[in-house]
Design a protein around this ligand. Structure first.
Ligand code: PGA
Length: 244
């Protein structure tokens, strides 16, 4: 694992955007694995800016997002499909047909998961996977568990995740209790992984990811075994880690 220490959220956003941009410049038909949440918003903004300046374009890129709330349709403003469209895809030249998010509106769990796995596999897996990290060490919606997940699965969200996400909903009761998420094994199949983290509330999770035991109780810890994983984190998120 490589650690890149950054000053703050803006610095992290620029560096993450730089890495994604380099990937797309080097391989215009890259398969990107993308994330939602507050962490990547700044990186998406930066990429949009560079796109408008003509520095990078996404015409041949395809994307696979990590997760989606079960029960929400893509036009629901709380859905991750809606987030991706409004925060990123609507502002660049990507072909929306090449952007993929698990289908939260599909009530058939088996079908929703297996069809997403097949799409990612048929795409040859992900070139560059962008990840945030949950306060409990989750990646995607792979919550602490007794075993690492493999393919796409439907998960019951933990109370801590529901609480963390409730800030984005008018009424906390509206936070969905289940989600479809890409599995840990699929994430590990990505050829490069970039984890972004800022803020003190991520410090324990970042410490456990980088320096803790590799355990499904901290799903992100498995990234220690990936051969090309970069963590871009600010001082606050690294505050529990030994100085490098
Ligand atoms: P955040 O979420 O970017 O909103 O902090 C990260 C995550 O839960 O994976």
């Amino acid at each position: 694992m490589k650690l890149i220490r950054v000053k703050d959220y803006d610095d992290m956003s620029r560096k993450v955007a730089n890495i994604i941009s380099a990937q797309v410049i080097l391989k215009p038909n890259s398969v990107l694995g993308l994330a939602t949440g507050t962490t990547p918003i700044g990186a998406y903004k930066q990429l949009i800016d560079w796109y408008h300046k003509g520095d990078v374009d996404f015409a041949e890129v395809s994307t696979y997002n990590l997760d989606e709330y079960r029960g929400l349709t893509g036009d629901d403003p709380q859905s991750y499909r809606y987030f991706m469209n409004t925060q990123f895809f609507d502002h660049i030249d990507i072909d929306k047909a090449n952007t993929h998010v698990p289908d939260g509106s599909n009530p058939d769990i088996e079908e929703a998961c297996s069809s997403y796995d097949k799409m990612v596999k048929d795409a040859g897996y992900v070139d560059l996977q962008l990840l945030g990290i949950g306060r409990n060490g989750h990646i995607g919606f792979n919550e602490p568990a007794d075993a690492f997940s493999k393919g796409t699965q439907c998960v019951d969200l933990t109370e801590s995740t529901i609480e963390a996400n409730s800030r984005l909903f008018d009424d906390p009761k509206d936070v969905p209790r289940q989600a479809y998420t890409m599995g840990v094994q699929t994430i590990m199949n990505a050829r490069m992984i970039v984890v972004a983290a800022t803020g003190e509330d991520k410090a324990q999770a970042v410490h456990d990811m980088v320096f803790g035991a590799v355990t499904p109780q901290c799903p992100a810890s498995i990234l220690q075994l990936h051969t090309n994983c970069v963590v871009v984190a600010d001082d606050a998120a690294l505050s529990l880690c030994p100085e490098q």
